[in-house]
Write a protein that binds this ligand. Structure first.
Ligand code: BEZ
Ligand code: FE
Length: 288
């Protein structure tokens, strides 16, 4: 333990971690220390660079509050969030794939009946969404809880506006006996993730853009099935191949078909262009 140099310091800490009585914590911290030390040796990290990293993480923490989670954003742009999804939520063939949760879900969103308009005044061209929820054998999943949230046509979620009196473009639906749910909303736009903090500065410094392709988020829960957290992406979006958080999967891309003014799927009429989205979610049975 004396006369430590840049090589002996690693086994010295690993030896101390042997005393940890939580086996999983010991595995995690030992591997973390090993990789961090290897990283520092590989890049020959200077003391100034170490301090700059500490300042960056400090600023990241200072940016966090009840409405903003800058560390999750950091995890997202470094690909950690999507790596966690990819290695922990592998799906059986045919099951709908998962993607990142993101920071804009709100618990206890308004409940709606099928056919309702969840936009609640959010700006955008009308979108009529028609979906089914089935199991892997195509059996309808009745009474599934489906939480939906999305950005408006300015690429903003309701929680990003300072003083909205009520939630917009989010809601909770239930599937009917045939496993269907349907609602009206607005066409989502592509949007930049928040860039007014350290993560935004990191993107600029590394020459990366902050954009996510247009999408609608869905979280589907039903007894006997694995919960599904996913999005449906607009299949013509220019950012599909450069999503800043690496969340796009081909199986989650779908046409948001554009229609001229005229009759709408709910039996009404639109005097402006509108869009339709059809998507079928296939849930994986819960692992026993
Ligand atoms: C989102 O899709 O809402 C999102 C995901 C990761 C970072 C920022 C936003
Ligand atoms: Fe989103």
């Amino acid at each position: 333990m004396r006369n430590i140099d840049e090589h002996t310091i690693t086994p010295a800490i690993l030896a101390q971690l042997q005393r940890c009585d939580n086996p999983r914590l010991q595995v995690l911290l030992s591997a973390l220390v090993q990789h961090l030390h290897d990283f520092m040796r590989e890049v020959k990290l200077t003391e100034d660079e170490l301090m700059e990293g500490i300042r960056f993480l400090t600023a990241t923490g200072h940016k966090c509050d009840d409405r903003r989670q800058e560390f999750i954003l950091l995890s997202d742009v470094l690909g950690l969030s999507m790596l966690a999804v990819a290695q922990n939520q592998k799906k059986a063939p045919g099951a709908t794939e998962s993607t990142v949760f993101g920071p804009f879900h709100v618990a206890d969103a308004p409940r709606f009946n099928n056919g309702d308009d969840m936009a609640a005044g959010a700006p955008g061209e009308p979108l009529y969404v028609n979906c089914t929820v089935t199991g892997l054998d195509g059996e309808p999943v009745a009474d599934a809880k489906v939480d939906v949230w999305q950005a408006d046509d300015e690429g903003q979620y309701d929680v990003q506006y300072a003083d909205l009196p009520h939630p917009r473009a989010r809601g909770v639906f239930r599937t009917d006996a045939q496993g269907r749910f349907w609602f009206r909303s607005i066409l989502p736009a592509a949007y930049p993730i928040p860039t007014d903090g350290p993560v935004g500065r990191l993107l600029v410094a590394t020459g990366r853009h902050p954009w996510r392709p247009a999408h609608v988020h869905f979280m589907v829960e039903a007894p006997g099935y694995e919960p599904l957290i996913t999005h449906v992406f607009r299949d013509c979006d220019p950012y599909l191949d450069s999503d800043v958080v690496f969340g796009v999967r081909s199986s989650l891309m779908a046409p948001f078909a554009r229609h001229e003014p005229g009759p709408t799927p709910d039996g009404g009429r639109s005097d402006q262009p509108f869009h339709t989205l059809n998507f079928d979610f296939r849930l994986q049975p819960r692992a026993s």
